[in-house]
Design a protein around this ligand. Structure first.
Ligand SMILES: [Zn+2]
Length: 79
């Protein structure tokens, strides 16, 4: 049973991504953009702020290819 992206109607596919730990600051408006355009894509997995030597460095996220495209367009727009 695959989930679909609510924005694009595309089935989510697994993609291996780096896991980043710690706290992140994001650009103003990022979450609004994400919610509307790329809610099923992020360039990495957030692993929380507990730093553990044995914590994995990669993980598998379910992503939408449409969201991935919109995310890269967003990055180009705000750079
Ligand atoms: Zn999508």
């Amino acid at each position: 049973m695959h989930r679909k992206c609510a924005i694009h109607g595309i089935e989510l596919t697994p993609e291996v991504q780096p896991i980043k730990y710690g706290l992140f600051s994001v650009r103003d408006g990022y979450y609004e953009e994400k919610e509307q355009h790329f809610s099923h894509y992020e360039p990495f997995i957030t692993g929380g702020c507990v730093i553990d030597k044995n914590a994995p460095s990669t993980g598998t996220a379910q992503i939408c290819s449409g969201c991935k495209t919109e995310y890269s367009q967003y990055r180009n727009r705000v750079k």
